[in-house]
Design a protein around this ligand. Structure first.
Ligand code: FAQ
Length: 334
């Protein structure tokens, strides 16, 4: 998808003399300020490359691990229509992971290395995917809330200064928008269904609301990467601003469903037009990110098992590629 023919690898190995050169840094910042896209072969500060590899790979891992909570319900979807939608959605998430690993590879790191970090438990992925999907309504709640939060966060990334990431995000956002709508439609069906179905929808909202707000990351006060990443135009909108936009959009949608939010402090500020929410449990967020959420261990075990079971596919693909390269070389030598 993207060029792998990099002139520079790792931390600007091809341009060590310029790595900390203030003139090069100033020229780079001027390009960013002019809204030019930075492309893989362009010179970039080590920190820019590092933070992009960090963010893009965490994002890719999130998509791949994010297939698991919903994948759990494919065999139990209540109709053929719902099964087709869910299959397509989970498959999309796999595709998003692949575009994102490709975008990360343009920065000089291999997909195998990044996947190795995930499987070794050394890489982060979104906290949200460490919560269990207990009922069918959770599939609606994930589409509505988790994909809704993902879109809110990802639309500004379509204008990220790094070209390959920005371009990958355009397609990803289009697909996420379908994901969000199917989730809301599912919630609407349940909320307008039998009393038991409505209870199930309410229970799913109760469990997914706070974790969805945590997806946007720590408050701006505690966000370590925000200010530099804003200067580099990787991040265009802060964690708290995005979270607030999500709350403002989502609360009326929940009320339309006839559901209530599990937050006694949720209140419309007539002056600003914003829905003010209660305090987020950051201790829970930190615990989940540190690996001690309800499903962290299960998620990693599932990924390790899938990786081991897919070894033959990777070997077959490598053998086929080698065979084709050999045939091409033989033909060229004729
Ligand atoms: N979970 O200084 P900040 C999806 C970490 S995709 C875990 O604010 P930053 C699609 C952060 O990495 C969902 N860790 O960091 C889907 C950093 O750790 P580090 C994923 C988190 O990067 C739907 C530290 O805390 N989306 O849902 C979380 O400026 C349905 C300090 O934080 C993306 O990855 C968290 N929630 O801002 C799939 C979008 N929040 O690296 C399947 C791209 C923060 O220093 C089904 N990423 N951390 O060790 C971003 O926009 C940013 O990376 C943020 C964090 C906003 C997530």
């Amino acid at each position: 998808m993207y060029t792998q023919g990099l002139d520079q690898r790792g931390d600007n190995a091809a341009a060590p003399a310029r790595a900390d050169d203030p003139a090069a840094l100033a020229a780079f910042q001027a390009r960013i300020d002019r809204e030019e896209k930075i492309e893989p072969n362009d010179w970039m500060p080590q920190g820019y490359r590092r933070t992009l590899v960090r963010q893009i790979s965490q994002h890719a891992h999130s998509e791949i691990v994010g297939m698991l909570p919903e994948g759990n319900w494919i065999t139990r979807a209540p109709s053929l229509r719902r099964k087709m939608i869910l299959l397509a959605k989970v498959q999309d998430e796999g595709g998003h992971g692949l575009y994102l690993y490709s975008a990360a590879e343009t920065l000089g790191v291999s997909r195998a290395e990044l996947v190795g970090q995930l499987l070794a438990g050394k890489a982060k992925y979104s906290s949200i995917f460490n919560y269990p999907t207990l009922t069918w309504a959770d599939i609606g709640a994930i589409g509505w809330l988790v994909d809704g939060a993902a879109i809110m966060n990802q639309v500004p990334l379509c204008r990220c200064s790094y070209g390959p990431y920005a371009r990958a995000m355009i397609r990803i956002c289009r697909e996420e928008s379908f994901h969000q709508r199917q989730g809301y439609e599912l919630m609407l069906k349940l909320a307008r269904g039998t009393p038991d179905q409505k209870r199930m929808a309410q229970n799913a909202l109760d469990r997914w609301w706070w974790p969805s707000l945590m997806m946007f990351g720590p408050s701006d006060r505690d966000s370590v990467h925000s200010s530099q990443n804003a200067a580099w135009k990787i991040k265009r909108v802060s964690n708290d601003e995005l979270r607030q936009k999500f709350v403002d959009v989502t609360v009326p949608q929940g009320h339309f469903l006839g559901l209530t939010f599990p937050d006694p402090d949720l209140k419309l500020d007539e002056g600003t037009g914003h829905w003010n929410h209660g305090p987020i449990d950051w201790a829970e967020f930190n615990r989940v990110v540190a690996g001690d959420g309800q499903c962290n261990r299960d998620r990693l075990a599932a990924r390790r098992k899938a990786h081991a079971e897919g070894a033959w596919v990777r070997e077959a693909a490598a053998a086929f590629a080698a065979k084709r390269a050999h045939a091409r070389a033989a033909k060229a030598a004729e």
